[in-house]
Each structure stands twice: as C-alpha cells, then as structure tokens.
Design a protein around this ligand. Structure first.
Ligand SMILES: NC(=O)c1ccc[n+]([C@@H]2O[C@H](COP(=O)([O-])OP(=O)(O)OC[C@H]3O[C@@H](n4cnc5c(N)ncnc54)[C@H](O)[C@@H]3O)[C@@H](O)[C@H]2O)c1
Length: 434
C-alpha cells in the first residue's frame, strides 16, 4: 500500500520522536484518530511511564494515555531501528541555546543521523522543533539524501512548526491551524494529508524555510511586544502612572492594538530562546537583528528590576534586603503550569540569594527547583507561614492561589502580575505592582 492510501485509511504507522510538551499531545491526537503511534523517548522514566499508561504532561488527559496505551494505540520505545516500520515520523526534540546563546541543534542532528540509517521508500519525515530557517534543507535533507533515495519521489520531508500554548484550555494541539512547508510540492501535499487527519485547518507554504521563519516571527513578535511593555512599565513607575490601567484603556481600541502585559521576565522553552536562533542565522548574512537583541536585553533585565522593587520597598520600611525573609510565589514560567524551564522566578531567587536575602518559594505545581546552584523545596503556604516573611513576591499568578489569604497575612507584596487586582483595596498590606 502506498503512503497516501495508508494515511487516508489510517493504517499508517506514526512515529513521534521526543514525547515532551509538544510530542506527547501530538502522539495522543494521532492515537485518538485511530493510528498506531510509536513514541521514541530517550528519557527512561518518561518511556516507562507511558508504557504503564501514566501521564506526565499537564495538557494531556491521564485517561487518554491510559486508554490509548491499553488499546495498544500508543507505546514508547528507545530502539531507533523500529523507525524502519514507520510510515510517518514527526520530530519534536528540544532546540535549546548553548551558554553563548547560540543554537544547539545537536538533538535534531542526532535524530537525523539515526533516521538516515533507517530511512526507506514511502516514508514521510516532518520536523516540528522550532529552529532557524534552513535547518530542514541544510541539515536534515543532505543526510537523508545520502541514503540514495530521492526526496519528493521516494521519501517526503517537510517542516511544520508546533504552535501549542501549554496550559491554554481553549486551544489544544488539534484546534490550532498547522503551517506546513515541504521540500517539494509532493512533500507538502503528503504532510498536509497527514495533519488533516487530526486537525481541521492546514495552511501550506512554499518551502520549509518559510514555515521555519513564520514560527520565529510569531515568537519574536511576542518577545518584542513583551519587552516594549516591560520598558513602558519601568517608565510608568517613575512617572507614577499605573501601566495596568494604561493597558486596560488601550485595549478598548477595537483594531490595531493587542494587549501584552509586563512581568518578571520571559520563561519557557520558546520565547526566551527561539528569537536567538534567527539572530544567529542573520549573522551568516552580515545582518544584526536589533529588535531581537534589544528585546532580549530588556526582558533579561526584568528579574533584576523585580529585586530592585523588593529592595526599595524593604528600605522604605527601614529593613535591608540582607537577611530579609522573602517568599517567591510561583516558579513555573506561566500560570497553572508545572514547567519551570528558563523561568524568571529562578533568576529572581538567584539574585535575591546573591544579595544575602533568605529566599524561599512556593509553587503548588513544582515541588523542587534549582535556582543558581542551590536546590529549594516548595515551602508550605498558609496564613501562619506567610506572616513569617518580610516580603512576598508574586512571580506567577497561579489560579489556585488564595489571593485574599496572601494579601491578608503578608507584610509586604511585590506583585509582578497584577494578581491582586481584585483584592488589593481590602487589606492594609503594602502592595507594589510592577
Ligand atoms: N513547549 C512549548 O510550549 C513549545 C511550543 C511550540 C514549539 N516548541 C518546540 O518544540 C520542540 C520540543 O519542545 P518541548 O517543549 O516539547 O521539549 P521537551 O523537553 O518537553 O520534550 C522533548 C523530549 O524529547 C526527548 N528527547 C530528546 N532527545 C531525544 C532523542 N534523541 N530521541 C528521543 N527523544 C529525545 C526528551 O527526553 C524530551 O522528553 C522545541 O523545538 C520547542 O522549541 C515547544
């Protein structure tokens, strides 16, 4: 049976490489559509959990994993020779930055090397990891071509960025239109056909490069706008203007404005990192991407600014930061998630610790973190415990927090998310908003 018929009849065997925040929800959608899905996961704990029918990603339902694993629609493996048996393979491995803010595409390269060993006729390969324009055609294609097979005829290769917004209850993997760009038109057609089995809206573009670039445009757009509003927040504070009120007012314009909110900085595996993939690539063309660099610089400074607010507020009360007991509330980079990768809360904690404050944190979703070179357990949060701190810093506005309890018992609060907007006037506590 040809690949096309296998996809239409849902007899195609699907492989998802990397069962993380992106790969696992995708694997689940394919399994839900009736496909047999094999997940390649190098983390032995994650692999074992899947095979026991257990979930570890907030956006995925525990019952889905249980159901699809017991129905033998989903399994996790590490043996890459099994790739031979698969018809379509989606690559969802990490694309971090190294310590010099240069792209680290070693994960993509290592998966490609293995794929190149096992590729056969009538296979479709799609890269979903966010990366710089050119990765699919300059890194993956040459290695697969070395097999002697011809792209667009024997096998198909495309890039299709993942646009998942972890924690978003309205838009899940299947609800977000998917952009697809193949190396040839036949590759685009095949990838479009695959995704149309699990999603309703597919937008095709003329090449992988366009698809790679559009994903970066989305993330750079966010990074730049967040930096803009962070810069204005600092200015507004000096001018004694409430930035949150300004944004509420601007938001009433029905066109040409989209609200972004200030905060303690950027976090997660995407927005703080992805723009630098393009900044790096631009150098090959003797160009500097000034917006990207500037936005990165402003957003990177926000944790320090938060600490300045803490220090200033303590000073006003005649206290020094040194030795002050500070509780950081929320270390996940985003509300209601358990993901603390690149979280600005960790930087806030690290700076506070370096300045000799006595730092603790609470996060109902994260039981233990490493900030700087120290490990911290999540502290108990109760009216009694809050009273012991000289200052509470709301860094992530989780919905489960009882903001009345916090405002009622805290001595001083730095609110970086305007989380107390509905309770602030009710209590005597001094609240400083970003
Ligand atoms: N997290 C998001 O919100 C998000 C959204 C859109 C796009 N992306 C992009 O998707 C990609 C994946 O991100 P993520 O958040 O899912 O990362 P993740 O760390 O949650 O998941 C990646 C998984 O890949 C596994 N892995 C790494 N190397 C492997 C290998 N050689 N073989 C098999 N498994 C391997 C890891 O163990 C991990 O479980 C990145 O490029 C990211 O930028 C992420």
């Amino acid at each position: 049976m040809k690949l096309k018929e296998k996809i239409i009849s849902r007899k195609a065997n699907i492989g998802v490489v990397g069962l993380g925040y992106v790969g696992l929800p995708l694997a689940v959608e394919f399994a839900r559509a009736g496909f047999q899905v094999t997940g390649f996961e190098q983390n032995p704990k994650r692999k074992a959990m899947i095979n026991r029918g257990e979930n570890y990603i907030t956006d995925v339902l525990d019952s889905d994993i249980k159901e699809f694993v017991s129905a033998k629609k989903l399994k996790a493996v590490t043996d890459f020779s099994l790739l031979k048996r698969l018809d379509a393979i989606c690559i969802c491995v990490p694309t971090p930055l190294d310590k010099n803010k240069q792209p680290d595409i070693s994960y993509v390269k290592s998966v490609t090397q293995r794929l190149a060993r096992f590729i056969r006729k009538e296979q479709l390969i799609v890269l979903e990891s966010t990366t710089y324009p050119g990765t699919t055609e300059e890194i993956i294609l040459p290695q697969l071509n070395a097999s002697g097979l011809e792209v667009g005829k024997d096998f198909f290769l495309a890039f299709s960025p993942e646009r998942i917004d972890p924690g978003n209850k309205m838009f899940k993997t299947k609800d977000v239109p998917k952009v697809v760009g193949g190396v040839t038109s036949k590759c685009t057609e095949m990838a479009q056909l695959l995704y149309s089995q699990i999603l309703t809206k597919i937008f095709t573009v003329s090449s992988p490069r366009v698809a790679e670039m559009e994903k970066l445009l989305e993330n750079i757009f966010r990074s730049v706008n967040i930096a803009l509003v962070n810069e204005l927040a600092i200015l507004c504070k000096k001018m004694n203007i409430d930035i949150w009120e300004v944004i509420e007012a601007a938001k009433t314009k029905p066109y040409g404005f989209m609200p972004f909110y200030p905060g303690p900085g950027l976090g997660g595996h995407c927005i703080p990192l992805d723009p630098f993939y393009l900044a790096w690539k631009a150098k090959e063309f003797n160009l500097t991407t000034r917006f990207i660099e500037l936005a990165g610089e402003i957003n990177d400074r926000m944790p320090e600014y938060v600490v300045q607010l803490v220090q200033g507020a303590l000073n006003q009360k005649g206290k020094s930061l040194k030795g002050a007991k500070i509780l950081v509330l929320g270390v996940a980079y985003k509300k209601d998630l358990d993901d603390w990768r690149e979280s600005p809360s960790l930087k806030v904690m690290e700076i506070l610790d370096k300045m000799s404050a006595d730092v603790s944190y609470n996060d109902p979703h994260v039981s233990r973190v490493k900030a700087g070179n120290k490990f911290y357990p999540s502290s108990v949060l109760s009216g009694k415990s809050i009273k012991q701190y000289d200052c509470c810093v709301i860094a992530t506005a989780h919905s489960v927090y009882d903001y009345n309890l916090i405002a009622k018992n805290a001595k001083l609060i730095i609110d970086t998310r305007n989380a107390l907007k509905d309770v602030v006037g009710k209590y005597l506590v001094k609240v400083i908003r970003i």
